[in-house]
Design a protein around this ligand. Structure first.
Ligand code: MG
Length: 272
């Protein structure tokens, strides 16, 4: 199943995405895409998780980030070729950091280059969407049970501030630094290998396979959940392949994995 989150008549909707004559259309969901979604929406302005709407082409919808995570857990240096290009050692255990939920950006949203940085990079990544509360996942547990699906993310990074600050909170955490979407799908199998590509203004800049992960998805989930309880809707960004590089105002950056569509965003200088 694939799903998206979108605005329609001033309300936030979730919809299933299905193929109709070769085009993706949004149709009503028959069940909540995440375990606690009904709870979350019932405690917000809505009283029900399901708003009915007429089916519409995905291309006509005003898409939002498809998840509302309590946290975004990221993995650094998880592809061997990317570790090499930055001159780092292959890590003996996963390197974790956070991006704040305030950094989330919708598909087609504008990435704002902060005035404080002179070097802002793209990092195309596969993201895991957590489907149920996960604490200390055991090595022999069925990890697919806790992953609701997969989506695309761009781990935008102020590379100069990452070096200057000594830790990564600001460099990874500016508003708009986490574009996510356009859909969540459980119809791909990254364990079997999927190709992730990043393009800037149409030019291919990154091309990697999840078969080149240093740490597999179950290894990451076990390592992360040993320390941090993952909640439904949380995101795990699994790292970026080689080819990272800078973005400039006016650029259009696209991340793709077959089956997940295209996450496309433009870049502008921040106003102040
Ligand atoms: Mg990254």
């Amino acid at each position: 199943m694939k799903y998206c989150r979108f605005l329609f008549e001033d309300k936030v909707h979730y919809g299933a995405v299905e193929d109709r004559d070769g085009e993706p259309w949004i149709v009503d969901l028959t069940r909540a895409p995440e375990d606690d979604l009904a709870f979350r929406l019932a405690h917000g302005r809505a009283t029900s998780w399901s708003f009915s709407f007429e089916p519409m082409p995905l291309s006509a919808a005003e898409l939002l980030a498809p998840v509302t995570p309590s946290k975004i857990v990221c993995v650094g240096r998880n592809y061997r070729d990317h570790v090499k290009e930055l001159g780092n050692e292959v890590p003996s255990e996963p390197l974790l950091f956070y991006k704040p939920p305030s950094s989330l950006l919708k598909p087609a949203g504008v990435v704002r280059m902060p005035a404080a940085s002179a070097r802002m990079d793209f990092e195309g990544e596969l993201a895991l969407v957590i489907g149920q509360r996960t604490h200390k996942l055991k090595a022999d547990a069925d990890w697919r049970e806790v992953v609701r699906g997969y989506t695309l993310a761009n781990d935008i990074t102020a590379r100069d501030l990452q070096k200057k600050d000594g830790q990564w909170t600001r460099a990874k955490g500016f508003d708009t630094f986490c574009p996510v979407g356009p859909v969540v799908s459980d119809e791909i199998d990254p364990q079997a290998g999927v190709t992730i590509e990043t393009r800037v203004n149409g030019e291919l800049r990154q091309s990697g396979s999840t078969l080149d992960f240093i740490f597999s998805i179950p290894a990451l989930l076990a390592y992360i959940s040993a320390a941090i309880t993952l909640e439904p809707g949380d995101l795990v960004l699994t790292g970026t392949p080689a080819g990272v590089g800078p973005l400039a105002a006016g650029d259009r950056v696209e991340v793709t994995i077959p089956g997940l569509g295209v996450l496309a965003n433009t870049v502008e200088a921040d106003a102040d």
